[in-house]
Design a protein around this ligand. Sequence first.
Ligand SMILES: [Zn+2]
Length: 384
Amino acid sequence: MPPTDLVPYLTSQRDEIVALLRTLVEHESPSKDKTALDALADRLTGFLHSAGASSVDRIANPDGGDHLHARFTFGHTGPDAPRPALVMAHFDTVWPLGTLATMPFRIEDGRVHGPGTFDMKGGLTLLLTALRTLRDLNLTPPRPVEFLLTSDEEVGSPTSRTLIEDTARQAAYALVPEPPLPGGGLKTARKGVGRYSLKVTGIPAHSGIEPEKGRSALLELAHQIIAIHAIADPSIGTTLTVGRAEGGGAVNVVPAFASAEIDVRVSTLAEAERVDRALHRLTPTLDGTSLTLTGGLNRPPMERTDATASLFERARSAAQTIGLSLTEGSTGGGSDANFTSAIGLPTLDGLGPLGAGAHAVHEHIEVDSLPVRAALIATLIQSL
Ligand SMILES: [Zn+2]
């Protein structure tokens, strides 16, 4: 079958694709619920086998849901096998158990609604569909495919990061069907994400009897918040946001304690290092108070390397063979693509179906984009 036929072929399978998506969405899977995640991993193991996986390894995870590592050899085995393609998706969502009661899976006006449809059970459905299609049509990609399904992306990938990086070191390139840019553009650059916590200790005192003996941790924190925001440099993409702060206790006591949580976004590793140094240089303004900073860079920036740029160019040509014109762009949000890209692997993210509302109650995807994007992923695996 010539490649141009993949879109009509998959369009004829739209109902099956939607049914698979429905199964995945109706199995709720919050990042912290090991029982729910492991039960979904059981079902995904079955889907991987029916998509033609040569093997499926389950990576036991005592600190969260298990992860899955499947291999599709496509006949490429032994020491001379080419470096594999890495495709990956996370099967956890930000939605707690029971969300389906108020946000059920439903199709309305050409849109599929439900928790995790856009981020990223839609993308996961595309990967399973693309691999099954290659098998069903007897197509042989030029390299084997390693497929990682991980359970903790939405909480920063604490237990899957090493698995992702180790697999990425062996691979030729990575494809990630996280949500695309509005309109369907791929993501070839993502900001790095840092999380810090600042604790301020002051000196408590009765605010009426001897306020002069106190040192307000809250006042000190107010100075620090202004200093923290001054580290930002939005013109080159560096932002710092104190997204949460608290302190004090009784209203008639000079507060002895205050704290703040800081979100950091950077476009380059150099900026991540500059911000880290600047945060560690913060010093108290008021005598008698002290500061304790913890945290660091959670995801390194995904910089648009030359290797990723040339992978995108080849993807763009391949997409033209099925009538698609691909665009690319950058985003402030992080994903597991940040890890593969930071170790030098050319990475294309944002290959998921079109939609909107990740992490929001209006989360949905466009039904008609499911077959098209599955055809795109199958084409990329077949040609890159
Ligand atoms: Zn995601």
